[in-house]
Design a protein around this ligand. Structure first.
Ligand code: PHE
Length: 380
């Protein structure tokens, strides 16, 4: 005679006393496994008389169910206890700073271009662009440098190879040779042409054109690719005074110094007449050149900064405007050079090496931009 109740109690007590999951699994095998004692009891049902089976089957089934329930409960309790224990020991410190994600920086050239756009926007200029792959008509001819002009040789131009020798001068658009633009001045021509096209000869024009330019040249202060910003104003009765005021206002805002002094020297560019080279006065402070003050003062000097002049009437004419009605001035300045002067870098080549250490040092945060103190309007 098997005492099912005693068996159930014994199994229940042993399961309750199990120390870990392995012990629990051993008990499951002992009772419910193929060779287990409860499984053995179930097998005896087959050998019983129908009456006996009717009496014992529910008891054995109850026993099996009770042991299975006890095992499941204990297992759940053990798992919950294990989780509790882990939660009690493992801590998540929410006050720890999050690991920093690598962040890029704004290249000084981009930064300076943004500053230039900001300053000239205050003066009513908009930003114009033109192609870097130019043709020699826009880059030279329309700027009063015909084919044999000696100034073309000064530019160390990168020409595209001829497709065919017979087509020497007919590779590019409009039958002109293609090249990498040597300066941003072709944007002057393109802007005047598009204004003429849009409203039948309407000016005024007030644009700056920042962008990449290319010359076959390389040393500490020259790279084959560099950046310029072109300025162009076309209106009625424009004279050199407007040019001087514009450059002075721009440079004071850009360098954030009121004591910027300019010296205008006669010069020569085929596309401006008269042409003016602009120098800026500097002082030597702690062995470094610092812009400001007259270059004629003792211990001071003049630094050549940019080329400019009154737009040559032949350029105005070639761009489709009537030079008797419209005059203007233009200037071109190296953006990289402006960045070097303002932010104190000394090797131009480092601008284009892509060394992240240099960029980390000289780059600007996209979230924490140095802004120009007040802009142009604030000082008027
Ligand atoms: N394009 C000239 C250069 O690259 C600069 C310049 C621009 C001079 C506009 C006069 C007027 O040297």
């Amino acid at each position: 005679m098997t005492d099912y109740t005693a068996l159930e109690q014994e199994a229940g007590a042993r399961i309750a006393a199990a120390q870990d999951l392995a012990a629990l699994e051993a008990l499951r095998v002992e009772y419910l496994g193929k060779q287990g004692s409860v499984s053995g009891l179930l097998k005896t049902l087959g050998t019983m008389t129908p009456e006996e089976r009717q009496e014992k089957a529910p008891k054995i089934q109850h026993l099996r169910q009770s042991v299975a329930d006890a095992l499941a409960q204990k297992k759940a309790a053990m798992e919950a206890a294990e989780l509790e224990a882990r939660l009690a020991t493992e801590k998540l410190d929410l006050t720890l700073p999050a690991p920093e994600a690598p962040r890029g920086s704004v290249h000084p050239v981009s930064q300076v271009m943004d500053e230039l756009a900001e300053i000239f926007a205050d003066l009513g200029f908009s930003v114009a662009t033109g192609p870097e792959i130019e043709d020699d008509w826009h880059n030279f001819t329309a700027l009063n440098m015909p084919e044999s002009h000696p100034a073309r040789a000064m530019h160390d131009t990168f020409y595209f190879p001829h497709q065919d020798h017979a087509q020497r001068h007919t590779d590019g658009p409009q039958g002109h040779r293609t090249l990498l633009r040597t300066h941003t001045s072709p944007v002057q021509v393109r802007t005047m042409l598009s204004v003429v096209e849009k409203n039948g000869g309407g000016a005024p024009i007030r644009i700056i054109a920042p962008g990449r330019v290319y010359r076959s040249d390389s040393d500490a202060t020259h790279t084959p690719m560099f950046h310029q910003v072109e300025g162009l104003v076309i209106d009625r009765d424009i004279h050199l005074g407007h040019l001087k005021w514009t450059l002075e206002t721009f440079l004071k805002a850009f360098f954030e110094r009121e004591d910027i002094v300019l010296r205008l020297r006669p010069s020569y560019f085929p596309f401006t007449e008269p042409s003016v080279e602009v120098d800026v006065g500097f002082a030597i402070e702690n062995g470094k050149r610092v812009l400001g003050g007259s270059g004629d003062a003792p211990g001071h000097g003049w630094m050549e900064l940019l080329g400019s002049g009154m737009v040559n009437r032949r350029v105005i004419e070639m761009s489709g405007l009537d030079p008797d009605e419209w005059q203007g001035f233009a200037f071109g300045v190296g953006v990289d050079r402006l960045a070097m002067l303002k932010y104190g870098m000394d090797d131009l080549r480092a601008f284009f090496d892509g060394d992240v250490r240099w960029l980390r040092h000289y780059g600007f945060s996209a979230f924490d931009q140095p802004t120009l103190s007040g802009g142009v309007g604030a000082r008027a």
